[in-house]
Design a protein around this ligand. Sequence first.
Ligand SMILES: Cc1cc2nc3c(=O)[nH]c(=O)nc-3n(C[C@H](O)[C@H](O)[C@H](O)COP(=O)(O)O)c2cc1C
Length: 205
Amino acid sequence: MVKRAAAGTSRSSSRAPLARLCHRAVVAVTGSIGALWAAQFVLLLRADRQVRSVGVVMSESATRFVTPAALRAVSGEPVLSGMFDADAPFAVGHVQVTEGASVLIVMPATANIIGKVAGGIADEAVSATILAAQCPVVFVPNMSDHMWRRPAVQRNVRTLVADGYHVVSPEEGVAVSTLRPATGGMPSFEVILRALRRVMRRGRR
Ligand SMILES: Cc1cc2nc3c(=O)[nH]c(=O)nc-3n(C[C@H](O)[C@H](O)[C@H](O)COP(=O)(O)O)c2cc1C
């Protein structure tokens, strides 16, 4: 599922200078086409000085959509992409990656990660990082409209909100499989940044 507007147009306008979002943010990337946008978003956070540093954690599925090397390049930091990697940048990555971070952004958030966190599962780097995080966690769901409308997914989203997580509603986009308009698309970077600012202002999870 992709956003209907061309990727460059709606996003480039978000480059207007803004007050800094926070000192450090962490972006958790899961396995959706939206992972391509996540790389752009990480770069934007740094290029527009929204943050001083940005960490990245990826699920195994996310690495099929965008490489750890690409995310390392745009974030300027080693990327956490496995719980047990011998060459991981941290000793206890899922705990250390969010240390000092003001916000953890799950972008794109698959139906799978939403379900796992709603169920308290921590079986790989992203889900374990989310459950270990001490900072506010913001989910940016991205999936086909059929997946998004499933009662199980909607139930899991309600559970996340009830548990104190933040969820940015998906927007109308284009289904990659049919090229037809559908709900479940990645919101624009402006919308995501506005949601992050709201969370920062509230200063709680
Ligand atoms: C081409 C392709 C596109 C996909 N897009 C999505 C998507 O947009 N949203 C989603 O929830 N799952 C999507 N999936 C399925 C997930 O990748 C799959 O559920 C995976 O297990 C998610 O793992 P993760 O949550 O650990 O990253 C896609 C799979 C493929 C092969």
